[in-house]
Design a protein around this ligand. Structure first.
Ligand SMILES: C[S@@+](CC[C@H](N)C(=O)[O-])C[C@H]1O[C@@H](n2cnc3c(N)ncnc32)[C@H](O)[C@@H]1O
Length: 164
């Protein structure tokens, strides 16, 4: 996908207002550069390094076990939330996305961690695929009430997804 976003990482940076630590990921090196730049721009002058403000960027290609393990090694406490904002574009990547999320959530299974998927519907096929993949990966998917909206020309909705 073309790394067109000067705003890449903004969702994660905003989430930092509500979380102690946010790890922003992408598989694309150009996008990662933009994310790191945005983290740097966001950091206060008194922070010695951009990472000391609770925001870090890590390379993650969905399904890449080495990268998933590396992230879990660096963040052994796991994650309370995995957030995906408008990330469902290619059907072939969806099983890898769900597999990755399952591995990240499983670390804290007892804590009922959540995958929040801010989904933008671009193809009917994808709409049904995310539901069937969640089922295959033994995840429970709930539409968050009152989150249906129009995003550009598309319908959007937020799903809350947990491990069964
Ligand atoms: C529309 S952007 C979403 C931007 C992001 N949620 C934000 O708030 O800035 C979709 C992103 O998903 C990433 N992506 C697509 N396929 C991926 C994959 N297989 N593994 C990891 N990231 C992927 C793309 O590189 C792109 O930056």
């Amino acid at each position: 996908m073309a790394p067109c976003h000067k705003v890449s990482g903004i969702t994660g940076i905003l989430c930092r207002r509500f979380c102690n630590k946010v790890v922003l990921t992408d598989h694309n090196e150009e996008v990662l550069k933009i994310i790191k730049k945005n983290i740097e721009l966001h950091s206060c002058p008194e922070n010695i390094s951009p990472t000391s403000n609770g925001l870090v960027a890590e390379k993650l290609e969905w399904g890449n076990t080495d990268q998933i393990h590396e992230i879990l090694q660096k963040h052994p406490g796991g994650f309370d939330f995995v957030l995906g904002a408008d990330i469902c574009f290619q059907q072939s990547n969806i099983p890898l996305l769900f597999d990755t999320v399952r591995q990240l959530l499983q670390v804290n299974k007892g804590r009922k961690c959540k995958f929040i998927l801010a989904y933008v519907s671009r193809a009917k096929m994808m709409d049904s695929m995310i539901i069937s993949e969640a089922f295959k990966f033994q995840m429970q998917m709930k539409e968050v009430p009152k989150t249906k909206c129009i995003v550009g020309n598309h319908e959007g909705v937020i799903y809350e997804i947990t491990l069964k």
